[in-house]
Design a protein around this ligand. Structure first.
Ligand SMILES: Cc1ncc(C[n+]2csc(CCOP(=O)(O)OP(=O)(O)O)c2C)c(N)n1
Ligand SMILES: [Mg+2]
Length: 585
């Protein structure tokens, strides 16, 4: 414990250091200057200067998602803080632990409409797990450690600490790391406890009698840590059950393992979605029955018994009625289930008929596409990229749109924490800064951002950050000259009226990249794409790759919003499609 008084800004540095933080992502301004001054005087924490606070917040998310550690964001008051709100909301939706320190106008000015004043605790109340306005420098250290506790325990999420300038300048006492015990924050104490044997045996009774079982996992598997993925693979081996996962969960189970049916949901494979529809027992581990997975809840897997394992008790029975549940961290639950299965020498039912049925669905080959030797098909571009990179187990980030779905469909994921995508909020502009955060955290890994022409424009200023820190991030723009996903919905649902979805004035991406001092490669020829991707991969530093593709390709399969899994639309059906529910999202 330090008895001597130090400034609030120094307390922030000390507390971060004690939490093991080595990198923070931020952007300075008046109300956070005392902190930046303390940062200047120390050597333990490296600050990455993003070029927009939204990007700083996504970079912190990328750092967190690729490591499991907390991502730290530093912004100034007013516009600095409001710019970071998109990243906080994104982290909230996808359960990512980040902590945002925002400067605030000095305490006496609060409430006077002071220069760059915004009610940041008010604005972020609904998009953070918790937030604080610090009123006393002596409280600061405790608040920071409590914030780390809240961000990382139970279901992880973002926490914001708003710190008026005078609180940063004033002297106070830092009490050091402490054990947090806050009566009003009851973490799900059960989440790591031994699960009642009766619960486990109920779950296993359902599973062992299943004739058409399916395992459905989500992002909770990733948040639980790499051990959860190993235990899931062990469970799949023990039971020989087929496995599918959500967009958020990709990588928790190797996508090229034989039991894996492909991704689930709106743009998941035919076999995964049909198996979900038709199964008799569903084991959901760490997923939340999001609408992109369930489609119309009334038509969701109508004849199955459903088991839900989740760390967040609020998720149980929230959207889908459950037959059995366990509130637990995923690894903890899987460990106990696997042990019980082995100890009691349990055998699954004969699954031959079920696998025969699945083989029939697979024969539809729902991810097949028609290649073209004149124009690059986006699917072909991503398959080619995957072939060249999968053995290096790259970290893949994406933006939002068709390219994101194609990346999820055509790239191979064998390990957790390698797939960083904005699943819940669907934030265009996420991909490039997330790649920055991931590359900072994993300097020796190959980090590839798969972006879209429209999404890339939303945070393209981050080319400057990539250059400044010479991060060897590879950015591949799937350039279809459209907000492709918007155009796809307009084609299918709005009789092809392309209202404002054409990107009429794109920059010359090659000149743009070069103007930042970044190697830039253009490709519009399918015959050249492999060599040009190889050229990108051979380059030591960052690369911006403009991959000009077919402009009107659609993503299939597609479960139209508001439909059931059995109403899944295949490429061949698109001509005759007519969406009935125009209000479905
Ligand atoms: C910040 C934000 N604004 C709007 C949207 C709605 N939206 C979803 S996908 C999309 C188009 C994305 O276009 P592009 O990045 O070119 O990707 P493509 O679909 O063409 O692959 C839009 C506008 C969004 N997801 N995020
Ligand atoms: Mg596009």
């Amino acid at each position: 414990m330090l008895n001597k008084k130090i400034t609030g800004a120094e307390i922030i540095i000390e507390a971060l250091r004690n939490e093991g933080v080595t990198n923070v992502f931020g952007y300075p301004g008046g109300a956070i200057l005392p902190f930046y001054d303390a940062l200047y005087k120390q050597k333990n924490i490296t600050h990455i200067l993003a070029k927009h606070e939204q990007a700083a917040s996504h970079a912190a998310e990328g750092y967190a998602r690729s490591t499991g550690k907390v991502g730290v964001i530093i912004v100034t008051s007013g516009p600095g803080a409001t710019n970071a709100i998109t990243g906080l909301t994104d982290a909230f939706m996808d359960s990512i632990p980040v902590i945002c320190f925002s400067g605030q106008v000095p305490s006496p000015i609060i409430g006077t409409d002071g220069f760059q004043e915004a009610d940041v605790t008010g604005l972020t109340r609904s998009c953070t797990k918790y937030n604080y306005l610090v009123k006393n420098t002596d409280d600061l250290g405790h608040i920071i450690h409590e914030a780390f506790h809240i961000a990382t325990t139970g279901r992880p999420g973002p926490v914001l600490i708003d710190i008026p300038k005078d609180i940063q300048n004033n002297l106070g006492i830092y009490y050091g790391l402490e054990k947090i015990d806050r009566p009003s924050y009851q973490i799900p104490v059960k989440s790591f406890d031994k699960i009642a044997e009766e619960k486990i045996s109920n779950v296993i009774n359902l599973l062992k009698n299943a004739k058409k079982p399916i395992i459905y996992f989500g992002g909770g598997l990733i948040n639980s840590g790499p051990k959860a993925s190993e235990l899931l693979q062990e469970f799949a081996k023990l039971t020989n059950f087929p496995v599918t996962g959500t967009l958020m969960g990709l990588g928790a189970f190797p996508t090229d393992e034989k039991n894996f049916l492909g991704m689930l949901g709106m743009h998941g494979t035919y076999e995964a979605n049909m198996a979900m529809y038709d199964c008799d027992v569903m084991l959901n581990i760490g997923a939340r029955f999001d609408d992109r997975i369930t489609g119309d809840v009334k038509k969701f897997s109508p004849n199955s018994k459903k088991i839900h394992i989740d760390i967040d008790d609020v998720s149980i029975n929230k959207i889908i009625k459950i037959d059995e549940y366990i509130i637990s961290d995923a690894a903890n639950a899987l460990e106990q289930i696997n042990q019980y299965w082995k100890k009691n020498n349990i055998k699954s039912q004969n699954l031959d008929n079920w696998y025969n049925q699945i083989e029939e669905w697979k024969k539809i080959r729902s991810l097949d596409y028609k290649n073209n030797n004149q124009i690059i098909k986006p699917e072909f571009a991503l398959e080619t990229l995957d072939n060249l990179t999968k053995d290096r187990e790259p970290i893949i980030t994406t933006d939002v749109g068709q390219h994101q779905m194609w990346a999820s469909q055509y790239m191979t994921f064998r390990k957790p924490n390698k797939w960083l995508t904005s699943g819940g909020l669907g934030t265009m502009g996420y991909g490039v800064p997330a790649a920055i955060g991931a590359q900072i955290a994993n300097p020796d890994d190959l980090v590839i951002c798969i972006s879209g022409d429209a999404s890339f424009l939303m945070n393209m200023q981050e080319l400057s950050t990539i250059k400044q820190y010479n991060l060897p991030v590879k950015i591949v723009i799937i350039n279809n000259r459209y907000m492709g996903m918007v155009r796809q919905w307009q084609e299918l649902v709005f009789e092809n009226r392309e209202s404002e979805s054409y990107m009429g004035s794109l920059p010359d991406f090659i000149k743009l990249g070069e103007s930042f001092g970044i190697k830039s490669i253009y490709c519009d020829n399918p015959d050249e794409i492999q060599d040009k991707f190889q050229e990108m991969l051979n380059h030591d530093g960052p690369v911006l790759f403009d991959c000009v593709t077919e402009k009107s390709e659609n993503v299939f399969p597609m479960i139209p919003a508001g439909s059931g899994h059995n109403e899944i639309l295949l490429r061949k059906d698109q001509e005759n499609y007519d969406q009935k529910d125009k209000n479905a999202v």
